[in-house]
Write a protein that binds this ligand. Structure first.
Ligand SMILES: NC(=O)c1ccc[n+]([C@@H]2O[C@H](COP(=O)([O-])OP(=O)(O)OC[C@H]3O[C@@H](n4cnc5c(N)ncnc54)[C@H](OP(=O)(O)O)[C@@H]3O)[C@@H](O)[C@H]2O)c1
Length: 278
């Protein structure tokens, strides 16, 4: 069991927990036996996070559409539970949830990583792509939350992590649809924290910068601060272990963007234009 995520709502300050006022979530000291569901785990950041959690002794349910990839990642690992699904199909998410609860009886951490990426500007505006990204990045995330929220509230334990993006901090060129979906996820994490934290649940808002994955392989521009998916997985897992709410990396790049969004708009637009040439 994931001891630190089983904290009663009163947040006791025993040795498992960070001193009051520092960590925004319960800390995690031992993943062994923790029941984690990683949705979007067939490639990239989700796959590496699932693999890392397995090596740390967690039980990890891994979901995405590509069944062969999930089977390969599970690799016969006794603690891995492949649960193929499409997040855009609500019934599939609910069916996978039912299977998971039948196997494990509960869940300690839901990690929603699934996402679709696309570069779009006004001259390539395409409503089909808009709907696709809204379905995966937004409706799909709500499907996952809907599937597990009642269980978590009933358990009075467990955490939810959602992978958004630095593209959600503020408007960026080429992010006409991707950016707004990720901005919505940032807002969603903040709103969830208001409701779930007082009840003793962890909420992790995860904003990666550029990570080398199949999604970013399509990028033709130089990606500042690019890191590997393995590094991203380590950042996510370490952040959760430390009880961080806003997990973002690599800090040099993400902090630069966080500062930029605080600028008056005239300066913000000028700066981003200068840096990107767009
Ligand atoms: N790479 C970056 O630089 C970066 C930066 C910031 C944020 N992110 C975010 O990080 C997350 C992971 O991205 P990544 O870079 O690791 O990309 P990736 O390698 O393309 O992984 C995307 C994952 O989402 C799954 N997925 C996509 N559509 C799905 C659907 N309809 N149903 C179920 N699963 C679905 C994919 O599996 P299937 O295709 O098998 O379904 C895959 O496992 C995304 O939310 C992305 O927006 C990435």
């Amino acid at each position: 069991m994931l001891q630190s995520l089983q904290a009663p709502p009163s947040h006791p300050t025993g040795e498992l927990y960070a001193p009051a006022g520092r960590a925004m979530n319960p800390r995690i000291r031992d993943w062994r036996g923790a029941r984690v569901w990683v949705i979007g785990a067939s490639t990239g950041i989700g796959a590496e996070t699932a693999k890392l959690l397995l090596t740390k002794g967690a039980r990890v349910a891994i979901s995405a559409r590509n069944t062969d990839a999930l089977t390969a990642i599970a690799g016969g690992h006794p603690q891995a539970l492949p649960l193929p699904l499409d997040v855009t199909v609500h019934a599939q998410v609910l069916a996978a949830r039912d299977q998971l609860l039948a196997e494990w009886g509960g869940l300690d951490l839901l990690l929603i990583v699934a996402g679709a990426y696309n570069e779009m500007r006004v001259d390539t505006f395409d409503m089909e792509v808009v709907n696709q990204l809204l379905d995966v990045n937004l409706r799909g995330v709500f499907h996952c939350i809907d599937a597990l929220l009642p269980t978590m509230l009933q358990q009075q334990t467990g955490g939810i992590g959602i992978v958004s993006s630095v593209a959600g901090y503020s408007g960026l060129p080429k992010a006409l649809v991707y950016g707004p979906t990720k901005a919505a996820l940032i807002n969603l994490c903040e709103s969830l924290y208001f409701d779930l934290h007082p009840r003793g649940h962890a909420v992790y808002m995860i904003n990666p910068g550029f990570v080398a994955t199949p999604a970013t392989a399509q990028n033709t521009f130089v990606m500042p601060g690019l890191i590997s998916a393995e590094q991203a997985a380590r950042e996510i897992v370490t952040g959760m272990e430390k009880g961080v709410f806003h997990i973002h990396f690599p800090k040099g790049f993400t902090n630069w963007l966080r500062m930029a969004r605080l600028l008056p708009y005239r300066w913000y637009f000028s700066l981003i234009h200068k840096v990107t040439g767009l």
